[in-house]
Design a protein around this ligand. Structure first.
Ligand code: SR1
Ligand code: MG
Length: 402
């Protein structure tokens, strides 16, 4: 059953009736805009005469562009749990969470509209120093603090059971791991990249994609963001005052207990898209070099933070030797997840502006280069020891696309 949806005109009255969700905004003078541009939600920004503002995000019962595609509104509960977990484990890594209205399927969060969605900044060729490192630390802290590294096993099992997000996971299972690798009506691409798309349907690729899907379905290691692409990240405005945190994750509705490598892979795969765009547009060398280093920056911060937290683990059964093996396996899985995440954004439903906003022939160049590199990430990841090796492989495959 769907719930009553807000409209810009009804938000002030809603805030007046729910002062705990108003984030300090005076409803009497609030002006409201609906700014949702994603696939699944209404997003309102309410700003009062004194300049205080708040974001209300309400789940739609359907996909914004296809009302026949129903999506349960209770995903907002997963998002609320995600914000609570982030606030506990990695304060400052997400917008502040003011609260949940479970009945109306909405949350109230800090307004970061003075920040920029990272995908937009990347598309514009803007360097945002430290963004990858902030996100690597966020993933590490969330992973440690919600898994059996940081919590007793019973608490982990209870949290995992309470974090089921079946329908949103189904979207990921279909749109990320299945549809782009087969014939499906959701798919589409420019003619020139057909060879690269068909190369993704070879048995060696499908076997690796199956292994990655199996991990997504079965590895409930810790709470994950679940959709940590560059469109789910805000970066701080350029300013002389250095922000303590320059990148914050939002849009946590795909949150679930899953493989920790999945969030890293989402970042890696979307960095690959930004890199392919930068190459196709022949962006300045400094930008290309910085984007090319983002996987290493993200992984490096993740690994360093996890090692920093390791002495605080609650169960001594997890030895130092186990940590080394787990990190190595997590790296290889993240590379594989990165490959499938890049592929889905080019071949499948929910394409992204990194590639789509380009005109031909640059669009084919970026798509073909990214797909070729993504295929290598998926099939060759077991032999890719570290970010430097991945960077070499990526450069080689991107350069090979003509
Ligand atoms: C039907 S939802 C499509 C996509 O939008 C979100 O950003 C997720 O990535 C999802 O796969
Ligand atoms: Mg989203």
């Amino acid at each position: 059953m769907s719930v009553e949806l807000l409209e810009a005109a009804t938000v002030p009255a809603y805030l007046a009736a729910h002062p705990g969700l108003a984030g300090g905004v005076d409803p009497a003078t609030a002006e409201v805009r609906e700014v949702g541009d994603g696939n699944l939600n209404l997003v309102f920004i309410a700003r009062d005469a004194a300049g205080a503002s708040v974001v209300l995000k309400q789940s739609l019962p359907y996909v914004r562009t296809d009302h026949s595609w129903a999506v349960p509104q209770d995903r907002i509960l997963a998002e609320a749990r995600g914000y609570e977990a982030a606030a506990r484990t990695s304060p400052g890594s997400t917008p502040r969470f003011f609260g949940l209205d479970a009945e109306r399927r909405l949350i109230a969060i800090e307004d970061l509209s003075s920040w920029t969605v990272w995908r937009t900044a990347l598309n514009e060729g803007r360097i945002t120093p430290g963004a990858g490192a902030d996100l690597g630390r966020y993933v590490a802290r969330l992973a440690f603090g919600t898994s059996a590294f940081g919590l007793p096993a019973a608490a982990v099992r209870e949290a995992a059971a309470g974090a089921l997000n079946v329908e949103l996971c189904r979207i990921t299972e279909d749109l990320v791991f299945t549809e782009p690798f087969t014939d499906h009506e959701h798919n589409g691409w420019d003619d020139g990249v057909t060879p690269a798309v068909l190369a993704l349907r070879e048995p060696a690729v499908l076997a690796e994609v199956a292994e990655l899907k199996w991990r997504f379905l079965t590895a409930a290691e810790g709470r994950i963001h679940g959709d940590l692409h560059t469109g789910s990240v805000f970066v701080a405005p350029d300013s002389p005052v250095q922000e303590a945190v320059v990148a914050k994750a939002f849009d946590l509705e795909f949150g679930v207990y899953g493989p920790i490598a999945f969030d890293l892979g989402a970042l890696f795969g979307n960095v690959l898209l930004a890199q392919a765009r930068a190459v196709a547009l022949d962006r300045p060398a400094a930008f290309q070099q910085w984007v090319g280093g983002l996987v290493g920056e993200t992984w490096g911060a993740f690994e360093t933070e996890l090692r920093r937290l390791w002495p605080q683990r609650v169960d001594p059964a997890f030895t130092d030797g186990f940590l080394e093996a787990w990190l190595a396996e997590t790296w290889r899985r993240a590379v594989g997840f990165g490959g499938v995440k890049a592929v889905r954004r080019i071949v499948g439903w929910a394409k992204v502006s990194d590639v789509q906003s380009l005109d031909l022939p640059a669009r084919e160049h970026a798509a073909g280069a990214a797909l070729t590199a993504a295929r290598a990430w998926i099939t060759e990841r077991h032999g890719v020891a570290d970010p430097a090796a991945l960077d070499g492989l990526t450069g080689e495959r991107i350069g090979a696309w003509r």
